[in-house]
Ligand binder design. Sequence first.
Ligand SMILES: [Zn+2]
Length: 292
Amino acid sequence: MKIIDVHNHPDWHGHNLDKYLANMDANNISQTWLLSWECAYTDYSKSYASKVPAEILGSTTGPIPFSRCISYKERAPERFILGYAPDPRRPDACELLQGAHDIYGAQTCGECKVRMMFDDREYLRLFRRAGKLKMPVTLHLQDEVGDRDAGWHEWWGGDIDTLERILQACPETIFLGHAPGFWIHISGDDLYKTSNYPPVPSKVLPGGRLPELLRKYPNLYCDWSAGSGCRALKRDPVFAKEFIDEFQDKFCYARDYFDTQHQDFIKTLDLPQEILEKIYHKNAERLLTEYK
Ligand SMILES: [Zn+2]
């Protein structure tokens, strides 16, 4: 079966193009959405320094410059879908997105990961432009957890209410939610106040904001990547099966890394072929075609 990974990055975690393609082949991944990551130097923890190209290249636009995405695309055009999300604080952000689309054929807007609220007017402007260009937007949502006054915390985009506000404010834009502040809300518990990741196993309680938003907003999709996505389903496999069944048209396989944990888990769920086709490639393809 064809497999598309809708979330990964160039030169990420020690991978150059050769290693990357070998990893995709080993995991039967035919295509990857290759996303940039632009933000201010002061936005991100320097624990990322050895995992992103920016520190080595001396990039001034953020940890993963779009130029690295282009480089991969030019060397292996069949294997990659180009994604680009300019830092919305750049005064020319919308024009940069437009240029990436027109000149380089960028098809998605991601990864949006900046230390600012997603419903800031600069972000809304960018999201609306992405909607006009029919580029689905990949969001990294991660709220502060624990004692907020204790010191520097990693956070990106705001909280689950911020997400709801942008879904309402930009109905023409398709959003793919990702990261701890998105997936922790699969369950109607209070875990999101204290933790980024749920214990595995732990029962998913009814009333989670995430299923609620997915039911309510046709423009919200799931990017299943990383530990946050995988753990959200792994914590309660019975619920996981119901969740994928209900949202089979809005759920996309993704990694944000080079491991096999998502595929390994899907195998244990014994899902019907029709659903597997949707989550492994058909939904991703539809986001770039039918959505137009
Ligand atoms: Zn992310």
